[in-house]
Design a protein around this ligand. Structure first.
Ligand code: NAI
Length: 434
């Protein structure tokens, strides 16, 4: 047993270790030459997986260390809530321990949801979820990814860079469904250029083992002839659902919504007083930092302080190459809500640092209120987008305007200047360098 849940053990951390390593491999093979470095890299997959495992270990050990340092008692076992204030833990040796507490917090996260309406026989080797797709012992020749959401494009990118022929089959008419459509369209062009095949508006209706491999059947969402793809490995990445089995929710009468999320009030309290819930088990984005923010807010509330999470300002990042990052509202959402807005855009091709680094793909897009200039959303496709997005996060947290960002001095030459230029474009109608 290790601490850290999905994020540290089989999610964010291992996938980022593989994304970084495979990106380095791809750059060494494709763009080092242009920088005047002649190399022909060869893949050592066991070593790459070892790097991933070491990264995971350092992180989960870090949590155990912090528990000790902060005098937090960790108990290993399966917990069931027996009543408000009582948790029973079943341990591996068959014994049980009953714990009493003033407050109980459900933070049990989520599990792989599978494909709605399709019986998927996950076997961990050929038909896999993200849990196993971070540990494939060899590079599959053909990888079919069902679902073009975050996991699909991140892990699809990893194995494509390492040599797999990757096809992503997505139900919607765009990849990364919740992202700004401009960003999503440009992102799709870039990953297709990288060699990933994308099939949109395609509903997967069956995934079955077929000898050593598997077949994936799908049909056009609008109707039409079905198609079948053969694969050596199929990654099913069609979403996750709250993991609350065996917790005792039904017995206690803790209310859940139609997709099984624990219902909570504005202070994270469930329908049973004294029992709280946070993270993937409740409504909102299934993101580690959202869960973390909720955990901090709940601790503050329980300590008698005013804990609060600003759900309108939670960044979302896809760690592909280039990265995709977003905060606040998309252009589509503003249109749907009838909010008058201004758009400022700036491409990385016009940024000196990006040119020096050969990372000129993508752009920054700032959306601001048409009348007040208040920034309503920032969307970035580009190298280090996941770091750059925090300019928008801090600005929006303080209710800042595009002019505030545009008039803030930015070091030259940095990628951040592209964020400033997009803010200039939003507030004055034109970036400085245009
Ligand atoms: P997702 O919800 O992001 O994407 C699932 C995709 O599968 C959707 O685009 C959906 O339209 C598609 N789909 C569903 N049924 C289908 C069918 N029958 N045929 C074809 N396509 C179908 O879910 P994903 O990628 O599994 O990720 C799960 C959760 O984990 C998400 O909430 C995500 O935000 C989170 N996550 C976040 C990461 C990050 O922050 N970088 C990394 C990985 C996961």
């Amino acid at each position: 047993m290790t601490y850290g849940g999905t994020c540290l053990n089989v999610g964010c951390i291992p996938s980022k270790a593989l994304l970084h390593a495979s990106e380095m491999f791809a750059e060494a093979g494709h763009s080092f030459g242009e920088l005047g470095i002649q190399v022909s890299p060869t893949l050592d997959l066991p070593k790459m997986l070892e790097h991933k495992d070491k990264t995971v270990k350092a992180n989960v050990d870090g949590i155990a260390f912090l528990f000790k340092k902060n005098k937090i008692t960790g108990i290993t076992g399966t917990g069931t809530i027996k009543a408000a204030g009582t948790v029973e833990v079943a341990k591996a040796d068959g014994s049980t321990e009953t714990l009493s507490a003033k407050a109980i917090c459900i933070a049990t996260g989520s599990e792989v949801a599978g494909i709605p309406g399709v019986d998927v026989a996950f076997d961990g080797q050929v038909i896999v979820s993200s849990d196993d797709a971070i540990a494939l012992p060899k590079v599959p020749k053909r990888l079919v990814v069902v679902g073009g959401g975050v996991i699909g494009v991140e892990l699809g990118s990893v194995w494509s860079r390492l040599g797999a022929e990757v096809t992503v089959v997505e139900y919607l008419g765009k990849l990364l469904g919740s992202m700004d459509a401009d960003v999503s369209a440009q992102f799709q062009k870039l990953i297709v250029k990288q060699g990933i095949e994308v099939k949109l508006n395609a509903k997967v209706t069956n995934v079955v083992r077929n000898g050593e491999g598997a077949s994936v059947s799908f049909e056009p969402v609008a109707g039409g002839a079905a198609e079948t793809l053969e694969a050596d490995v199929v990654l099913v990445a069609t979403g996750r659902r709250p993991f609350t089995k065996g917790l005792g929710l039904e017995e206690l009468g803790i209310a859940t919504d139609r997709v099984g999320r624990v219902e909570i009030d504005a202070h994270f309290q469930t329908s049973v007083p004294g029992i709280y819930a946070i993270g993937d088990a409740v409504r909102g984005a299934m993101l580690a930092h959202k869960a973390e923010d909720e955990g901090v807010a709940l601790a503050e509330i329980l300590a008698g302080q005013a804990g609060h999470v600003n759900y309108g300002v939670i960044p979302a990042v896809v760690y592909t190459s280039p990265e995709v990052a977003s905060i606040g509202r998309t252009e589509e959402e503003l249109k749907a809500d009838g909010i008058a807005y201004k758009v400022g855009k700036f491409p990385f091709t016009a940024n000196g640092r990006a040119r020096a680094m050969l990372h000129t793909d993508g752009f920054v897009k700032v959306l601001a209120d048409k009348d007040t200039d208040r920034v309503l959303g920032v969307h970035i496709l580009g190298h280090s987008a996941g770091d750059l997005i925090h300019e928008g996060a801090i600005l929006m947290e303080f209710g800042g305007s595009a002019e505030d960002l545009a008039r803030t001095s930015h070091a030259h030459p940095t990628l951040s200047e592209a964020v400033r230029e997009a803010a200039f474009a939003a507030f004055s109608g034109k970036p400085i360098h245009a």
